[in-house]
Design a protein around this ligand. Structure first.
Ligand code: F6R
Length: 632
């Protein structure tokens, strides 16, 4: 596509727009679709849409429903073809894409059922090939796709075209990638329930659409998006084949765009405003790129890497090196709650008050230890008044086997009271449960209790008294399903009340750049709204919010504002603490190659930050947990 790109977008091979958030992007895309549908409706022509499922397009579909209800946008003349469907799932299965599309979109529109086409997951294996050919034929007969809506998987898949899919591939049966199946495991309440195969439109089928709009949210997608947009097309990353399309556009939120060169290395693609934060990012990047510690960077290193103007403005090199080195050095502290009676001019936290009231918000039990188990121990050891708040029960993440075992245990104890009755009910309900069923309130309650037990044991392993835990069991989660959570006033009120009660000096939270449909992101949004309700209360002026990161990604060293190092022994203790979250371990002893258990991921992240600090020429530690300030 011949599109005007700005200098900063020169590496981008696909037109890409970065939006304030997923809602803004979805509203814009809905507007484009609505305009097309209206034009075609007026001309008496049908509009043929290719649609996607998953959490990404949910906001877009809500917008379309709103346009239909409030602005009389009619879908009578709209024909749709969905990208894909799991093979082996009947329409009635809660995770079938057929059901998803009806619940999230079609049931709320005036689209005639005959206009809706979704791959049929029940076609017998022997007939799939012919069935797929017929699907392609139906798309052709409808006049081809006017617009194809896409999401992108963490493997780089579009539709279910996993790495290895060819540019010319057509609608067919495919095998799902291990990572894709793991990502779907929560929706299916366990990886073992995730189908192994799917029917998907091919890359070639998608490329035949006259217009392609890909949407993506959250930092988990950032890496794969940068590859698809900026690197040469390859079947190792099927979304990169979209580069060849004459009318493709990506719409991203800031977190998903985070690894595009214009966002993370803007000095490589044009002139930049050298704010202190950008200068720090650039110097840290230069140190990594040339493989030298910060204090050894030379003038020529700067000028050979697009940073001559930084030197002109803020040089010479050695002075700049020292300034950035000191900034990095000052992020390191063994006193995450502030060091009492110390000069805190260059420390991340204030010295006063020496003992702070600290709230650690954990979206699900285990997020706290994964993200900041070492820091939790420090905060407890250093005498701060710690409250660890588990925002949701996490019961959706507990395998049935764990709950069944717990129920058996209670029954074995051969009591006669209410507990045994309850356990028998759970056992009966689990026994009757099919792959289609959601958990009953009793089963969810027991699963929640299991996670509470794990959270307490894990806190204890971090040196935090278990009675410091508070379990909010926020209603959005108890009443919701994965990817379909909706925040209500009671959620925000519960968190606001807790803040008002504790009046924290320090808050630790996570989920800030996560996929907006994830539990962590929803919890962060609840906290943000609760903080907005508390503006003006006396404790607010004195409260700092620190962000820790989820398991997908660690902070880049230049983003870190507080780095808490810990010893080899403390790292072992942290891993032990994570290990107490037994229900969260993989259910199979055989973990697919390249995929790791959560404690391994946490260990890798913490070691990697320590290594990066070492390479920058700072002290060499075993492991580091990192934080950033957040201004509510
Ligand atoms: C869905 C589809 C997939 C998803 C992708 C992202 O029909 O074809 O390619 O778009 O897996 O999924 P979410 O949106 O759930 O992150």
């Amino acid at each position: 596509m011949n599109h005007p790109v700005s200098e900063s977008q020169q590496r981008e091979r696909i037109r890409t727009t970065i939006h304030a958030d997923a809602d803004a992007a979805s509203a814009l895309v809905a507007g484009e679709l609505a305009a097309l549908i209206r034009r075609n409706n007026d001309a008496g022509r049908p509009t043929v849409l290719g649609l996607a499922t998953g959490s990404t397009p949910v906001r877009l579909y809500r917008q379309l429903i709103r346009l239909h209800r409030e602005e009389k946008l009619s879908f009578r003349n709209v024909v749709t073809f969905n990208l894909d469907e799991y093979h082996g799932l009947p329409r009635t299965h809660p995770e079938s894409y057929w059901r998803f599309m009806h619940e999230q979109l079609f049931d709320h529109l005036d689209i005639p059922p005959a206009n809706i086409h979704i791959p049929d997951g029940t076609v017998p294996r022997a007939e799939v090939f012919a069935w797929c050919g017929a699907y392609e034929e139906k798309i052709r007969a409808a006049g081809g796709l006017d617009v194809q809506i896409l999401g992108i998987g963490r493997t780089g898949h579009i539709g279910f075209n996993e790495p290895g899919s060819g540019r010319d591939s057509r609608t067919r049966l495919v095998t799902l990638d291990a990572l894709t199946r793991r990502d779907a495991a929560r929706d299916f309440l366990g990886e073992k329930n995730v189908p192994r195969h799917a029917i998907t439109m091919g890359v070639g089928t998608i490329l035949d659409a006259r217009r392609i709009l890909l949407l993506a949210w959250g930092e988990g997608k950032a890496r794969v998006l940068a590859g698809a947009v900026e690197n040469p097309p390859t079947d190792a990353l099927p979304a990169s084949f979209l580069q060849g399309h004459p009318a493709v556009e990506f719409h991203l939120d800031a977190a998903a765009a985070g690894e595009l060169t214009r966002q993370c290395h803007p000095w490589l693609v044009g002139t930049v405003d050298w704010t202190p934060a950008v200068a720090r990012r650039a110097v840290v990047w230069l140190s990594k790129t040339v493989g030298k510690p910060v204090l050894k960077l030379l003038e020529e290193d700067y000028s050979e890497h697009g940073m001559a103007d930084l030197l002109t403005e803020q040089g010479p090199a050695y002075g700049l090196n020292i300034r950035i080195f000191n900034e990095l050095q000052h992020t390191i502290t063994g006193w995450p709650g502030g060091k009492p009676d110390a000069d805190d001019t260059h420390r991340p936290e204030r010295a006063f008050p020496p003992q702070k009231r600290v709230i650690v918000f954990s979206p699900e039990p285990s997020d706290d230890v994964l993200g900041m188990g070492g820091t939790l121990r420090r905060l407890a050891d250093q005498g701060h008044e710690l409250t660890v708040v588990y925002l949701t029960s996490g019961n959706l993440g507990v395998p049935d086997e764990e709950a069944a075992m717990a129920a058996e245990l209670v029954i074995e104890l051969a009591g006669t009271g209410e507990e045994t009755k309850f356990a028998r009910t759970v056992r009966r309900q689990l026994g009757a449960k099919t792959a289609f069923d959601s958990d009953t309130p009793e089963v969810r309650r027991l699963k929640g209790v299991l996670r509470r037990g794990e959270a307490r044991a894990s806190l204890q392993a971090c040196g935090v008294a278990p009675d410091r835990a508070r379990f909010l069991d926020l209603p959005f989660y108890e009443q919701g399903r994965y990817r379909q959570f909706r925040i209500g006033d009671p959620d925000v009120a519960a968190v606001a009340a807790l803040l008002r009660e504790v009046k924290p000096h320090q808050i630790f939270a996570t989920g800030h750049s996560a996929d907006p449909s994830s539990v962590a992101a929803v919890c962060f949004e609840v906290l943000r709204r609760a903080l907005a309700m508390n503006v003006g209360e006396d404790w607010r002026a004195d409260c700092r919010v620190w962000l820790y990161r989820g398991p997908d990604r660690e902070w880049e060293p230049a983003e870190i504002e507080m780095a808490v190092p810990f010893s080899p022994r403390e790292l072992t203790q942290k891993i032990q603490a994570i290990y107490h979250h037994k229900s969260q371990r993989s259910q199979s002893p055989v973990v697919a190659a390249g995929l790791h258990e959560s404690w391994q991921q946490a260990e890798q992240h913490n070691r990697a930050i320590a290594r990066r600090y070492d390479q920058l020429g700072l002290a060499e530690y075993e492991a580091i947990e990192a934080f950033r300030r957040y201004d509510p």
